[in-house]
Design a protein. Structure first.
Length: 326
């Protein structure tokens, strides 16, 4: 498999983005000053046993599906149980484990990646044609996702970005985070949404203004104890998430047409994993900003729908703008 991996580069005056045909992985986002702001593995073999999904395109469903089963149009579907009794990131059918076709522009500022999911693959119904576009516009990386199906199915993917704006020399505790959200998902001990959306007010989930992540992540809150950090969905209001390093010299503005974001603080990374430039991995070494539908939406009518129908193709766009300041 390794011999089939191809790496591609998109480049303009502000950004350099490197990605692979395997998993649509983005391995580098380099700013003007050469700083890489995404976590990657130090060796290529680690991508074939990637428990952390470092900047890959996760789908057809990102996140967990309770009890690895769902009912759609009156028919029951069984999925792979790869996270206890549940399905996580679509199991071995994850689009992050597939080789994509790649078409790159002559200017090297735009790439279109395509993959066809076969009916029944991973237990999901329908033949689904998926297209993901990576495009550079000045200091912005645009990610556009499109899909069409020939029968009703579940489709709620996302890029599983891992960001660190401090050269990975420290964790993300001193990063500032802002999320335009008043509601977040309550989770069970097995990290499954209960269906209840809790109010962020007076909780360590209130990121409506810039908050230093480390001042919240250590709070004595039962929702934070589940994973030793964040792994929660937030319903977005003005569809923007802002991340800044401690001195506000590097800023990320993530905007989206999607209804929600999942914030994951890389709670399981260990020193066994070798990341950027051979560093030993460490807990909270990056923050995932996953612009998407809320997890397990098929089981909760009050969540934005994750069902894809033949008569209504999937079209969503997310934009990641990086600003360097002196």
């Amino acid at each position: 498999m390794k011999e089939n991996i191809r790496e591609y580069t998109l480049k303009n005056e502000k950004l350099t983005v490197k990605f692979m045909n395997y998993g649509a992985y983005i391995t580098h986002i380099l700013l003007e000053n050469g700083q890489n702001v995404v976590m990657n593995y130090a060796d290529i073999d680690s991508y074939f046993d990637d428990k952390h999904c470092l900047n890959c395109f996760v789908g057809p469903i990102i996140g967990r599906i309770a009890n690895a089963e769902f009912t759609l149009e009156g028919k029951e579907y069984k999925l792979e149980k790869n996270d206890g009794e549940h399905n996580l990131h679509s199991g071995s059918a994850n689009l992050a484990t597939k080789f994509w076709d790649v078409d790159i522009s002559e200017e090297n500022t735009l790439a279109v990646l395509t993959y066809r999911i076969k009916d029944g693959e991973g237990g999901f119904p329908g033949n689904v044609n998926v297209s993901v576009t990576y495009k550079l516009e000045g200091e912005t990386l645009v990610v556009k996702t499109e899909a069409e199906t020939d029968k009703p199915t579940l489709f709620a993917p996302s890029l599983h970005f891992h960001f660190n704006l401090e050269h990975f020399e420290e964790g993300i505790e001193n990063h500032l985070l802002k999320i335009s959200s008043q509601k977040f998902t309550q989770l069970t001990e097995e990290v499954i949404p209960t269906g209840t959306l809790l109010n962020v007010e007076d909780t360590p989930f209130d990121f409506r203004e810039d908050v230093k992540i480390g001042s919240f992540i250590t709070k004595d809150d039962p929702q934070l104890h589940i994973e030793g950090g964040y792994d929660h969905g937030f319903l977005l209001q003005d569809k923007e998430v802002v991340l800044k390093n401690k001195n506000k010299t590097v800023e990320l503005y993530a905007t989206t047409t999607e209804p929600a974001v999942v914030i994951y603080t890389n709670n399981g990374l260990t020193e066994k994993e070798k990341i950027n430039e051979g560093r030993a991995g460490f807990k909270h070494g990056a923050i995932c900003i996953e612009l998407q539908k809320l997890p397990d939406a098929i089981h909760h009518e009050n969540f934005p729908s994750a069902v894809l129908y033949p008569e209504k193709p999937f079209q969503e766009e997310s934009r990641y703008t990086f600003r360097l300041k002196q």
